[in-house]
Design a protein around this ligand. Sequence first.
Ligand SMILES: [Zn+2]
Length: 243
Amino acid sequence: MARSGISRPSPDGKTTESLVKQGGVFDFFNLPRELRDQIYADCLQFKVKFESQHGVRLRGRRVAQGSLLQINHQFRHEYLERAEKETCLVIVDRDHFHGEALELPTPVKYARKLELHLALACDSPDHVIDRCKVVQEVRMHRKWIGDLADRMKHLNSISIKVLLDNHPFVRDCGKRLLSEQHRFTNLEALTSVEVYHCDFYQGDNGTGAWNFQRSRKLVMQWSPGKSELQRVEGVAAAKEREC
Ligand SMILES: [Zn+2]
């Protein structure tokens, strides 16, 4: 790295001058590990977009940059060690996915965090007999999430955000979702489940779209301290957006 010319003491008393080898090359690996770790963290890419697969969007958050992995063996090892703590694979399904096998993008294969945004639309007004589409969707999603979790060997965090179409029968869908909740809550690495109401616009020609621009409302929540997914009543609209 280039010499800065500034003599600044580091936490272990070394100065920038003493970290510059003869010949003007900055001795990066002579910096204390905690400083190197800060630099590794600053060098992670905030957001990486991968090619969509079967209608789902795949994103990486806090991902190691491929070019920096080429620097040398020590840099690669320490940089990846830092990345492993922070990289998150984000998968967004806006109700287009049918559970096909997903290929893990190479830059996030080591990720320990998985964040899922699952939009579920149910167009059935008849919830007396079992026609709630949410039930089918939850079962379909559970299968591929389980398969993916098995392939992500070091996974220690799964966060699921479910979006329900806020139609007049949505409370019935909510009841069905509660009856199926174990399919998500029995995931070993699960750290949170949040269920939101979000508007889905149905067009005249049968096409529709989720309205992600409007605020969504948190209606159910699960965390490791709770045994079951619980309804959240009277909570103000959440401002959070998907990645
Ligand atoms: Zn339903």
